[in-house]
Write a protein that binds this ligand. Structure first.
Ligand code: DOR
Ligand code: ZN
Ligand code: ZN
Length: 390
């Protein structure tokens, strides 16, 4: 029997619909054990994993391999996206293995992109798009990252993606939006009744491109890049007013050595800090508690999983938080990626315990690794009732 006194909070397990667990092929950056431990430590109990593996998860064999690996190692629930494949029909042989399709910048101009979108639409799945127009990107490592990947690239790709959604009817979700202008364009499309949604990540509404002129420039390198203070402020308001559909981390782990090299890869880990960054905004009175919905129930609804929710309630995926001040020290991360653009930030909550369907997965620094996550949608409870169904 457990008793929690004053100074503890309880929230639902968070749902992160954009992470990179790196298996197969890039296990040296992250694997399902370290990645799912990072999720649990950050109060996240479901992750949807991206397909940019090595080789890419754009076919049934790799998706099957991903499932085998996650099944053995993941201590949180999970789902996969299928990568763009120039032979979309190949993917129809294993449609139970993915929850949506993902389009990267380099896929945007493929003559098959519409066919791919139509396949995903016909399967009633979500089409997730990384919107940056490849033609407008400058692959020069010497210039500032925010100049190499200018706002115009995102704006152009958002426009193209909205056209794609309109032409194909695919339920389209534009991920990691970094610009005020993108939000405005997508909101306009929504108001016109088009099936489009968007998410953003904590780094876009809490940090800005001034980091690219500091010693943290490599660590902070991410695609799309951090933007101007003005964009950051607008995104912050959009989150605050619940005008975005979800918050994601885009947990994109690389090794610290790689990040400190000549031409560092883009991305950084986010799973261990995202919920606590949100809670700091909430506890300090700058954001309403409702924003936690953007990192839990809303993204679950977007994927159509409404995680474990049947008519009278949801699975006991719960996070107990302890009010305690601590400083982000990336060398203490359980992720293999031991760096963060948020290093040194002082947070107000720590994950005390995590329960997955009522079973303890984590308590006071200890992981209970006998618990395994479920695979969505296949192993999910069958009697979902989503809000939309009611
Ligand atoms: O910064 C990024 N890192 N953006 C992406 O789209 C890919 C990701 C990665 O996989 O490292
Ligand atoms: Zn991306
Ligand atoms: Zn990503």
């Amino acid at each position: 029997r457990r008793e929690y006194g004053d100074g503890f909070l309880v929230v639902p397990g968070m749902v992160d619909i954009h992470v990179h667990m790196r298996e197969p092929g890039l296990e040296y950056k992250e694997d399902w054990r370290t990645g799912s431990m990072a999720a649990v430590k950050g109060g996240v109990t479901f992750v949807a994993d991206m397909p940019n593996n090595k080789p890419p998860a754009n076919n049934c064999n790799i998706l099957r391999e991903k499932l085998e690996r996650a099944k053995r190692k993941s201590i949180v629930d999970y789902a996969f996206y299928a990568g763009f494949n120039i032979r979309p029909e190949e993917l129809s042989k294993c449609k139970d293995l993915y929850i949506g399709g993902k389009i990267y910048p380099e896929d945007l101009y493929s003559p098959i992109v519409e066919e791919f979108a139509r396949l995903i639409a016909s399967q009633n799945k979500i089409l997730v798009v990384h919107a940056e127009d490849p033609i407008l990107l400058k692959p020069d490592a010497k210039i500032l990252h925010s100049i190499a990947r200018p706002p115009e690239a995102e704006k152009s790709a958002v426009k193209k993606t909205l056209e794609l959604a309109l032409q194909t009817g695919a339920r389209t979700h534009i991920t990691h939006i970094s610009l005020a202008d993108s939000i405005i364009e997508i909101l306009k499309a929504k108001l016109a009744g088009h099936p489009v949604t968007l998410d953003t990540a904590p780094h876009y509404f809490l940090l800005n491109d001034s980091l690219y002129t500091t010693s943290r420039k490599n660590i902070a390198k991410v695609n799309p890049p951090l933007r101007s203070e003005k964009d950051r402020q607008t995104l912050y308001i959009a989150v605050n007013k619940m005008l975005v559909d979800a918050i994601v981390t885009d947990h994109a782990p690389h090794l610290l050595e790689e990040k400190l090299g000549e031409d560092p890869p883009s991305g950084f880990p986010g799973l261990e800090v995202a919920l606590h960054l949100l809670l700091r905004e909430i506890l300090e009175g700058r954001m309403p508690i409702q924003v936690l919905d953007l990192y839990s129930f809303r993204p679950a609804s977007l994927l159509g999983i409404n995680k474990g929710c049947i008519s009278i309630g949801c699975d006991a995926d719960l996070v107990v938080l302890r009010k305690e001040s601590w400083e982000i020290r990336p060398d203490e991360f359980v992720s293999k990626a031991k760096y963060s653009p948020f290093e040194g930030a002082v947070l107000r909550t720590k994950t005390h315990a995590v329960f997955l369907r009522g079973r303890t997965v984590y308590e006071e620094g200890e992981f209970y690794e006998d618990v395994r996550g479920k695979f969505y949608p296949l192993e999910a409870p069958t009697s979902y009732e989503t809000l939309q169904d009611r």
